[in-house]
Every structure is written in structure tokens, then in C-alpha cells.
Ligand binder design. Structure first.
Ligand SMILES: [Zn+2]
Ligand SMILES: [Zn+2]
Ligand SMILES: [Zn+2]
Length: 297
């Protein structure tokens, strides 16, 4: 029997929450924060999640990069001899939260903060045994789903969810899927209709590009971070079998996810995805200027 991962906090309503498990009645957090006052909390509370636990969660739920993972990487913008960091699988992000460079490092000295989180996770696995987490994998294809707003004020009206922010298209904070909703929020419906028309218009252009991609090979291929993506690139990433052709990239406020509108040839559709800015991608970029490539809409 594997233990389910839950959120734990000292306060039932607010403050800092951690990821962890209950072993019997004993709380155990992944970041090694310990207090006998830690207790399971309800979903959709206003807690802010502990930074170490947020990164531990990425470590537990992201599959390794398809091209293989380096054991250690230098921080972004530092030289070969600089302190080495432990990379979170599928990311150019250290266990300690530092942005990392795509190269390997010859440094022997490993960052103390990275080592501390690695030790906490090792201890967590030793004490908790098997835990059930699902890999955060393939692109979500649940855009037809309606969602309930936070606070469960109104369960009759459902909202459309924006993948990158997790809020409604009408900006309402959302709690979870609400398949029982019988109405659709009017601002959400209007926004979704506009968005769908825009995607329908863009679809033939993106199809043509994807076909061109398979026939030509004048492409630069490199490993890079998600926040370096350009419209017109294609990328692959761990946990998802699909190729993604980028239509637009929206850079959000600091600390938030990127919103990327992509064409997925395997599904022949355009979807919006949220990407961690430090997500490690295998990127293909056409040599510029490339004659004959169908232009972006
Ligand atoms: Zn924590
Ligand atoms: Zn580090
Ligand atoms: Zn709405």
C-alpha cells in the first residue's frame, strides 16, 4: 500500500502548507519541516505552499529529459568551475531554486541548499516508503471541461479554465472540475468563442508549417529553457510523446507559468499550455531566413 500525498499545515485556514504524508498519525513533510502541530488541510484553502515543497513536488512528478539528464549543472551565467547544482528532472532549475545553465560542470563542490533538499527527500522516501504521485505528463486535453469557482458559491454555473494561470477565462479563481454544471458563465463563453475562432483561423497555417517541418531539415536543434521559446519554434519535453509547434508565447508576471499556444500535429488541434519558465525543452528552430516555410498566421 502506498501512502497518498497530502498537504499539511499548522493552521487549518492559512499560512504555509507543505507536501507530505501521514504515517499513522505522524506528519512527515518532503522538505523535512517538522512539527507535531502539522495536520492535513482541506483543498482550496488560501495557504501558500512552502518553496522547498514546491520544488520537491517537481522532483517527484517530472519525468527525466528524453535526451538524458546531467547529474550536475552550473548556475545560469556562471563558468565551468562554479558551484555545481542538482538539476530537477526535466528542468533547468536546481533543487535549491537557482536557474541552471544547459552545460555540464566540472566543479566538485555541490551547492549546500541543493544537498539539503536531496537529503530531505532521501529521508522522506526512507520513512514513507512508496508514495502515490502521478507524473505530470502529456499535454492536457480537457479544455471542454467546465470548472467550479473557489468557495463553491455557485455550482450551477461552470467556468472555462485558462491553462497557464489556472483561473477562469473571466479571471474567477477556480477550485476544481465541475462536470455537473448546467450553465456556462457568460464572460467565459464569450471569451472562449473568440478564442476558438482565432484558433480555427490559425489551424490551416499551423498544419502547413508542421508538414513543411517533416519535409525539410534546415533546423537548429538544441536544449533550452522554456522562457527562451519563440513563436515558430517546435519543441518536445519529457512526459509527453507529442511535438509542439509554437504559435504564441505569453510571458507572465515573475514567478508565474508561461502561456504557450501550440499546434499539436498528433491531435491536429491548437491548445494553450502552461509551462514552467525553467522547463527543459528539446527545441527546433528554423534557420532564418528560411525560404518556403509557411508563415505564422
Ligand atoms: Zn515544506
Ligand atoms: Zn543549488
Ligand atoms: Zn467565468
Amino acid at each position: 500500500m502506498s501512502l497518498p500525498m497530502i498537504r499539511l499545515s499548522i493552521s487549518p485556514t492559512n499560512g504555509t502548507a507543505h507536501h507530505g504524508v501521514l504515517i499513522g498519525t505522524e506528519p512527515l513533510t518532503v522538505c523535512a519541516t517538522h512539527s507535531t502541530d502539522l495536520a492535513p488541510i482541506a483543498e482550496n484553502t488560501t495557504h501558500s505552499l512552502c518553496q522547498s515543497c514546491t520544488r520537491a513536488w517537481l522532483i517527484l512528478t517530472t519525468q527525466p529529459h528524453p535526451g538524458g539528464e546531467r547529474d550536475l549543472r552550473p548556475a545560469a551565467g556562471t563558468g565551468k568551475g562554479a558551484t555545481a547544482h542538482l538539476p530537477i528532472p526535466g528542468h533547468l532549475l536546481g533543487y535549491c531554486g537557482k536557474s541552471l545553465g544547459p552545460r555540464s560542470t566540472s566543479a566538485r563542490r555541490v551547492c549546500a541548499n541543493c544537498s539539503a533538499l536531496a537529503a530531505a527527500l532521501e529521508r522522506f522516501h526512507r520513512l514513507a516508503g512508496e508514495v502515490s504521485v502521478s507524473f505530470d505528463g502529456s499535454c492536457p486535453r480537457d479544455e471542454d471541461l467546465l470548472w467550479a469557482p473557489k468557495g463553491h458559491a455557485n455550482l450551477v454555473t461552470g467556468h472555462r479554465r485558462r491553462a497557464a494561470t489556472g483561473t477562469g477565462l473571466c479571471d474567477a479563481p477556480l477550485a476544481g472540475p465541475n462536470p455537473e454544471a448546467t450553465n456556462e458563465c457568460a464572460p467565459c463563453r464569450r471569451a472562449w468563442r473568440t478564442e476558438r475562432d482565432r484558433r480555427t483561423a490559425a489551424l490551416p497555417h499551423m498544419r502547413a508549417r508542421a508538414r513543411w517541418w517533416d519535409q525539410r531539415c534546415e533546423l537548429d536543434t538544441f536544449q533550452g529553457r522554456a522562457d527562451g521559446l519563440n513563436p515558430g519554434d517546435a519543441y518536445a519535453l519529457s512526459g509527453c510523446p507529442d511535438q509542439h509547434h509554437v504559435l504564441t508565447v505569453t510571458h507572465p508576471a515573475r514567478g508565474r507559468q508561461l502561456a504557450v499556444l501550440v499546434y499539436v500535429p498528433a491531435a491536429d488541434e491548437i491548445v494553450e499550455l502552461g509551462l514552467h519558465p525553467d522547463r527543459l525543452l528539446a527545441i527546433e528552430r528554423p534557420h532564418a531566413p528560411e525560404a518556403g516555410i509557411p508563415t505564422l498566421p
